[in-house]
Design a protein around this ligand. Sequence first.
Ligand code: ADP
Ligand code: GLC
Length: 492
Amino acid sequence: MKILSVTSEIYPLIKTGGLADVTGSLPKALSPLGIETTSLIPGYPRVMRQLQQTTPLLEFDDLLGERATLLHAQVEGLDLLVLDAPALYDRSGGPYVDGDGKDHPDNWKRFAVLSLAAAEIAGGALPGWLPDLVHTHDWQSAMTSVYMREAGCMTPVVITIHNIAFQGQYPAGLLRHLGLPPEAYSMDRLEYFGDISFLKGGLQTADVITTVSPTYAREILTPRFGMGLNGVLNERVEVLRGIVNGIDMDVWDPTIDDFLPQTFDIANLRRKRENRKPLLERFGLDEDDGGPIFSAVSRLTWQKGIDMLADTADEVIHNGGRIIIVGQGDHAIEQALLQTAARYPGRMAVHIGYDEPTAHLVQGGSDSIVQPSRFEPCGLTQLYALRYGCVPVVSRTGGLSETIIDANDAAMSARVATGFQFHPVTTNGLRLALRRALHAYEQPKMWARLQNQGMKTKFSWERSAQQYAAVYRSLAHKASSPQTGLRRLKFW
Ligand code: ADP
Ligand code: GLC
């Protein structure tokens, strides 16, 4: 079965968060199941620089008025179609924001064009290659199925919601620039509280909607977590599924991780402790006195609740712990964290930035990873934490609630506990969870048991890839033969 995956990020080429980890690792997990994935991605400068050999396949001379070349490339086992459209993608900054952290003003066009190119490919633009199914991810590629259906292309589409907070919401006036007829501005397509929403369009036109954990699949049906789209999702609940993310066991493997000063495994946790010194030095913290190191590697946005960690820093530090935070995002949150760290020199460090090797070092040397998210579709850092012998402290929401087993008495005696959960998701809730973790750390046997149980947990892609494969196969009966009579969309 041939899948066209359409995504705005893919590890190892371009990453701002877990979306890239998933789109980069799922194809490898699907391959042994007979599913070949080709991923369509934008040709950002960072992507173009990393491509060794490319083959031009197609010239688009009018994608919403833009020219683009479609290139084929292979990178670390990923089969890629790269949309090289310099006017849209060749610029400084990240995939979504400029150097000052502001959204690129033409994001609507950048991702509508990506989606349109995908729809063209699904409709047969590439001679000799036609996907059996298209898999889109989040709002950035959600318009793919809108364009496909508009052109009469009925190839099955699966859309995965990684985070419903990002919806691609724009003024209705943009509609005609999207090359869509006025009818597309309707309740069952793009209309969204007087605006248009790319994500809504995708949810309305895909055959199956998945999200990245069963708990989040239930949560987004409610007003609190659905963020305006709960009505649409309730109408389509029959086709909504939750499939928990897996992790790339090769990229996140403490036994061979090149970013760690000392590799280790479950049988040799003593070696993990050798990463403490380099970690503390890297962050300019006081010399090791054996106290617990609580860390976070996270986007710094309201979602992630790292502000609550800053508000509870006194709990950790007055009890002999240290705090390390690595992340970037919201300027106000960054500043508040830096100010808190300044109050605890030698005990708390905040590093604003995005840096993959540091993320690995933090997992390798810390005792605990704290993820106090206000909502969390799945979350991957807590899964990496389990594999790296860190004991996670997490809020009970979304994927965090089902991937971490709270260390209550029952779970401890059943030897299944892997971390600490708290609810309600408040500063006080987090404070109590940190207190429990600090108390457990004082009991080396208990802590070692938690580490062991966590490291034994299986979060490889195996099971989840089978679930995706089952979803794909359930749709395979739908047409995928070259579709005749497709309307060429007219773009201006
Ligand atoms: P989200 O996708 O919501 O940001 P996830 O937990 O699913 O959350 O994935 C986050 C991914 O991004 C992980 O791979 C994590 O290591 C990485 N990450 C987040 N912030 C940073 C950072 N500042 N530096 C390096 N890696 C980061
Ligand atoms: C999103 C979510 C995160 C999830 C990731 C990958 O960014 O915030 O919870 O793990 O996507 O699916």
